[in-house]
Ligand binder design. Structure first.
Ligand code: ARG
Length: 464
């Protein structure tokens, strides 16, 4: 094996040990960040006089060539290397000779791997935020498109009060927008330079960490070398946000799955985002939504893995920490594909307006409107609530909806209330009227939804 150590060893490493120990199969994806970090490190060492200008130039040129050769597949990212750091350094020494061995002056793989991971995660957070913005834009468009499409809103999965499909979809807009904000906040902790912490106790060489931070676009440097190499909570935080995104998308998926069932028939997902059954010819299955709901489990699992990995670790670096990367990569890979596939699935779905309207007209979705109507006429709300409950019982008995009860029947039901029931009632009990009247801030009335959309459009357009 091509190792960065070996001086104090008199025996070869066992073949199984080598395989077990190697992280190359997964940390190879960090190669460009590893090289970028090394170049910044070498530039700094030459500025502070630790390396001569010409040594630094030779090393930097060698590193740049290695980057190109890896990009082009001339150097393959496999072989008996302990990790990506060893692969790069070994190739450098092969290319430029012994001077390549000076690259690792004033550095350890412990601060190096922390640097690589932070550079990588920083880029991926930006990528994920970009995907989130596209998602949010899609939801705003759909909110606008369906803002007048009345549907029953639910609590306890029981029909509750009228909302619109647009308002319902926009609920997810706000959940995901908070996740977007959470990533901004996470970035403050990710964008901190660990390089220069060394193995755990800094270095005796004169290094300029502030310069490296500026060179690599970090906002701050880690100010405790032991913390710098042992900190992984910026990853925990990211994985927690990933878990939050997945909770949101899993709930969303569960609704799409329900809504596309024959029992609901609120929506139909497009052929291009569904599959058929090998045995039941009539089936159209919502696989994307089901997979998203299913994958939320592994993304929560990755978070728990990292928490469990760290909880008993004494400071500073321990090899256990090599296990952080696969979980992180898995979360990022899955999250990106999910965020990419969800918006086009939503855009292509058909919304069954008639069915939604009919559903909103059944199941006493307008019961609160009736209670509000009575309350406006001076009946204390609690009393009105009781009256409507009685009316619902009556309607159930007669197999009617509230808006099918005639004025005569109302007067018979509640003879002590004078002429409180008038023609205005049928208007009030119309679900569209009910929707339009729910104009309170943040409410589902189309004009209020429109107002909110225009605020959010302004926010989102600041990104383009
Ligand atoms: N492959 C290691 C990791 O991912 C790199 C750091 C190794 N450090 C060490 N002291 N062996 O954590």
């Amino acid at each position: 094996m091509m190792k960065l150590w070996g001086g104090r060893f008199s025996k070869q490493t066992h073949k199984l040990m080598e395989e077990f120990n190697s992280s190359l199969s997964f940390d190879k994806r960090l190669y460009s960040y590893d090289i970028k970090g090394s170049i910044a490190h070498v530039k700094m060492l030459s500025r502070t006089g630790v390396l001569s200008k010409s040594e630094a130039e030779t090393i930097i040129k060698g590193l740049q060539e290695i980057k190109e050769e890896i990009d082009e597949g001339i150097i393959s990212l496999e072989g008996r290397y302990e990790d990506i750091h060893s692969l790069v350094e070994k190739n450098l020494i092969d290319k430029v000779g012994a001077v390549g061995g000076k690259l690792h002056t004033a550095r350890s793989r412990n601060d190096q791997v922390a640097l690589d991971t932070r550079l990588y995660l920083r880029d991926e957070i930006f990528n994920i935020q970009e995907l989130l913005i596209i998602f949010l834009k899609t939801l705003l468009e759909l909110g606008e498109k369906y803002k007048k499409v009345v549907m029953p809103g639910y609590t306890h999965l029981q029909r509750a009060q009228p909302v619109s499909m647009g308002h319902h979809l926009l609920a997810y807009y706000f959940k995901l927008k908070r996740d977007y904000d959470r990533l901004n906040d996470n970035m403050k902790r990710v964008n901190v330079l660990p390089l220069g912490c060394g193995a755990l106790a800094g270095t005796t060489f004169p290094i300029d960490r502030e310069w490296v931070a500026r060179e690599l676009g970090f906002e701050k440097i880690a100010l405790n070398s032991i913390d710098g190499v042992s900190d992984r909570d910026y990853i925990i935080e990211f994985m927690g946000i990933a878990a939050s995104i997945m909770v949101h998308l899993s709930r969303f998926s569960a609704e799409l799955i329900l809504w596309s069932s024959s029992e609901f028939s609120f929506i139909e997902l497009d052929d291009s985002f569904t599959t058929g059954s090998s045995i039941m010819p009539q089936k159209k299955n919502p696989d994307v939504a089901e997979l998203v709901r299913g994958k939320s489990g592994r993304i929560f699992g990755n978070l728990v893995q990292l928490l469990s990995l760290l909880k008993g670790l004494p400071l500073a670096y321990n090899k256990d920490m090599q296990e952080d990367k696969e979980a992180l990569f898995d979360t990022i890979d899955n999250l990106k594909i999910i965020l990419e596939i969800f918006p086009p699935m939503l855009k292509t779905m058909k919304v069954n307006k008639d069915r939604l309207y009919r559903a909103a007209n059944r199941g006493f979705v307008n019961a609160t409107d009736l209670a509000d109507y009575l309350a406006r006429k001076g009946v204390p709300f609690r009393e009105a609530h009781g009256m409507v409950g009685k009316a619902v019982l009556y309607a159930l008995e007669k197999d009617k909806e509230l808006n099918q009860i005639t004025i005569e029947e109302w007067n018979q039901l509640f003879p002590d209330y004078g002429d409180i029931f008038d023609k205005g009632l049928s208007e009030i009990l119309d679900v569209n009227t009910s929707l339009n009247n729910r104009k309170s801030s943040g409410g589902p009335a189309p004009e209020e939804v429109e107002r909110v959309i225009s605020i959010e459009r302004e926010w989102i357009e600041s990104f383009t």
